[in-house]
Design a protein around this ligand. Structure first.
Ligand SMILES: [Zn+2]
Length: 282
């Protein structure tokens, strides 16, 4: 063995661990190229190194594995938190949207209620005006009746006056204006239309809310709404007898409010759980 061999053998462990300087490494490589013994020794040492180190590396990987699993777990938790926060804001926006929509519906509903009351009032006004004409004179004042009709010409198709003997029982009609199956116009004392007295035969409207009648001891007044006004009458009828409840108006808002609150709750719980490890997650 040459002197160089001793130096090289001292350096070999560091060389294998790749801890030698560039000069030392070059020196070792040059020597090994010419010295069979040292080359042999290096090979042996490398084999031993692999046998020693590999289990250690495997062990280290085994140690890391659970931590990787935990890291995956927390990264999934982090994504879940993100999902919750996005869901919360989306649900909140949808809730606010539905709430504004519900308020609009409610305000429209109030307008419709007012309109319904106006229609009901108008129903009574037409009768009141007509009966005041009828009671003023023994005979029917055709011109005065025409004037009443003109006042409501936007809504009325016909305005007719009958004798009470034309129906069996007038007590029902004496209570106030009623929607009534039309009395045959051919029996009328007088029928007023857009252009005054109507003499030709009239086919009554078959819509049961389209005709209104009321009676006193002597007369029955019956009028029919115009075709174009019937939808308004129908709407008013729906609002009066089948008004949507507050729950119906706000149900989507309430449902989404509950969903939003639920998501918020889960989000807050999730935040509390992950708070202690938040720094680890980052
Ligand atoms: Zn040597």
């Amino acid at each position: 063995m040459k002197n160089e061999c001793y130096i090289v053998r001292d350096l070999l462990p560091s060389y294998i661990d790749q801890l030698c300087s560039e000069e030392s490494s070059r020196f070792i490589e040059q020597h090994i190229a010419t010295c069979e013994q040292c080359a042999e020794l290096l090979n042996q040492m490398r084999v031993e190194f692999d046998i020693q180190e590999q289990p250690e590396i495997n062990a280290r990987i085994d140690q890391i594995k659970p931590f990787q699993k935990i890291a995956h777990f927390f990264s999934a938790q982090k994504n879940f938190t993100k999902f919750l926060s996005i869901s919360f804001w989306v649900a909140l926006i949808v809730t606010v949207g539905f709430f504004i929509y519900s308020l609009n519906v409610l305000s429209e509903l109030n307008d419709e209620r007012e309109e319904t009351q106006e229609i009901e009032q108008q129903k009574r006004d037409i009768m009141k005006d007509t009966f005041s004409v009828l009671s003023a004179q023994a005979n029917i004042d055709e011109l005065a009746l025409q004037a009443v009709f003109q006042e409501y010409s936007g809504q009325l198709e016909h305005l007719a006056v009958f004798h009470t003997e034309n129906i069996d029982d007038v007590t029902y009609l004496q209570e106030g204006p009623k929607n009534f199956y039309p009395i045959d116009y051919s029996q009328a004392e007088l029928v007023i239309g857009e252009n005054g007295k109507i003499t030709e035969s009239i086919i009554p409207n078959d819509y049961d809310l389209g005709t209104v009648a009321m009676a006193n001891d002597q007369w029955i007044v019956q009028y029919e709404y115009q075709e174009s006004y019937l939808q308004t009458i129908e709407n008013a009828h729906q609002i009066k007898y089948y008004p949507p409840s507050i729950w119906t108006v706000f149900q989507l808002s309430i449902v989404f409010f509950i969903i939003t609150a639920f998501i918020l709750g889960v989000w807050l719980i999730q935040k509390r759980i992950t708070k202690p490890v938040e720094n680890i997650l980052d």
